[in-house]
Design a protein around this ligand. Structure first.
Ligand code: AMP
Ligand code: TRP
Length: 333
């Protein structure tokens, strides 16, 4: 049976970008494969996280995933730091990956900005940990937003080099699953920047916890241009904000941007934004309510995550142990 793995950082409130670009695509995979989903707290601390906030956000992210349709009975849902194999295999991969490969990672350059010297070493080797996340389960399909493609290519380079250097056929090839019309949701303030939970401006994103009024206000204030909507796709060229809002409505109503334009072409943004806000509120309202219900009982949520970690360990530990053996570490007791 195909094994699917994906992860999401508890570094803020999950956004509409996380939902349309990632989480929503994870839900149907639960019934098509053995699906393993992970809240990646080890990745989160590659940039500073206040400890109490990290704990809170880890629960909040787990609640969001369940509220969006991940069912801890039908998938393995857990927190990364609960399964030690991730960090252990990541160390081995730190010694397999080449500096030259890491130097090409555009996400590091984006996140470190001008201040590379002051970035954590963890941020630099982040993709090696990501490779370990996936490969310690021998997972082969990885649903992600399209910004993660380069990291998956690196994971394949690591797997291949490991297999080659040690003369084994141990780690499989990973295939990205990049789906959805809104594979890349952009900021509401700047259509050329990705919507991100770490953007300093809360107006730039829709959070899964936003209430109806907040959603409506953010959409009303979203940056647009002065032209009405075109009635065909070519008319969206060089109009990143318009393209983004059309993509969001298409994503949330499960249709293609072409169909959105067929229906709304010629409309001004005033009317279109009303439709978009209503669709978002209808779709996200029940998710926010379910999140709140789950967070009201943190003990039950933690218990579900502990069961998930146990099931994850049962798969990850033997694979990590075999990697240790291949490398030649003296067997531990
Ligand atoms: P992150 O927020 O970086 O932990 O990302 C978690 C998942 O959401 C990854 O699969 C990302 O590719 C996806 N993702 C994050 N932001 C966006 C966005 N603005 N549009 C589409 N997918 C996104
Ligand atoms: N790096 C991913 C992101 O920021 C999150 C992640 C960590 C992940 N480990 C993973 C995604 C393994 C897929 C598979 O979006």
């Amino acid at each position: 049976m195909t094994r699917v793995f994906s992860g999401i950082q508890p570094s803020g409130v999950p956004t509409l970008g996380n939902y349309l670009g990632a989480i929503r695509n994870w839900v149907p995979l639960q019934d098509q494969a053995e699906a393993i989903y992970c809240v990646v707290d080890l990745h989160a601390i590659t940039v500073w996280q206040d400890p109490a906030e990290l704990t809170r956000q880890t629960r909040e992210m787990a609640a969001a995933l369940i509220a969006c349709g991940l069912d801890p009975q039908r998938c393995i849902l857990f927190v990364q730091s609960h399964v030690r194999a991730h960090a252990e295999l990541a160390w081995i991969f730190n010694c397999v990956a080449r500096l030259g490969w890491l130097n090409r990672m555009t996400q590091f350059k984006d996140k470190a900005g001008k201040n590379q010297e002051a970035s954590s070493a963890g941020l630099y080797v982040y993709p090696n940990l990501m490779a370990a996340d996936i490969l310690t389960y021998h997972a082969t399909k990885v649903p992600v937003g399209d910004d993660q493609k380069q990291h998956l290519e690196l994971a394949n380079d690591i797997a291949q080099k490991f297999n080659h250097d040690y003369g084994v056929d141990f780690f499989p090839t990973i295939e990205p699953l990049i789906q959805g019309v809104a594979a890349r949701v952009m900021s509401l303030r700047d259509g050329t920047k990705k919507m991100s939970k770490s953007d300093p401006s809360d107006q730039s994103r829709i959070n899964l916890t936003d209430d109806a009024d907040t959603i409506a206000l953010k959409i009303r204030r979203a940056k647009t241009d002065a032209e009405p909507l075109p009635d065909h796709m070519a008319g969206l060229e060089n109009r990143p904000e318009a393209r983004n809002l059309v993509g969001i409505l298409a994503g949330i109503t499960n249709t293609l941007p072409e169909n959105v334009l067929r229906e709304h072409g010629g409309q001004g943004f005033g009317a279109f934004k009303g439709t978009l806000a209503d669709a978002l509120v209808a779709h996200l309202g029940p998710i926010a309510a379910e999140m709140k219900r789950l967070l009201d009982d943190p003990a039950a949520l933690d218990a579900a995550l502990h069961v998930g970690a146990e099931r994850a360990r049962a798969i990850a530990e033997p694979i990590c142990a075999r990697a240790r053996e291949i490398v030649g570490f003296l067997p531990a007791k």
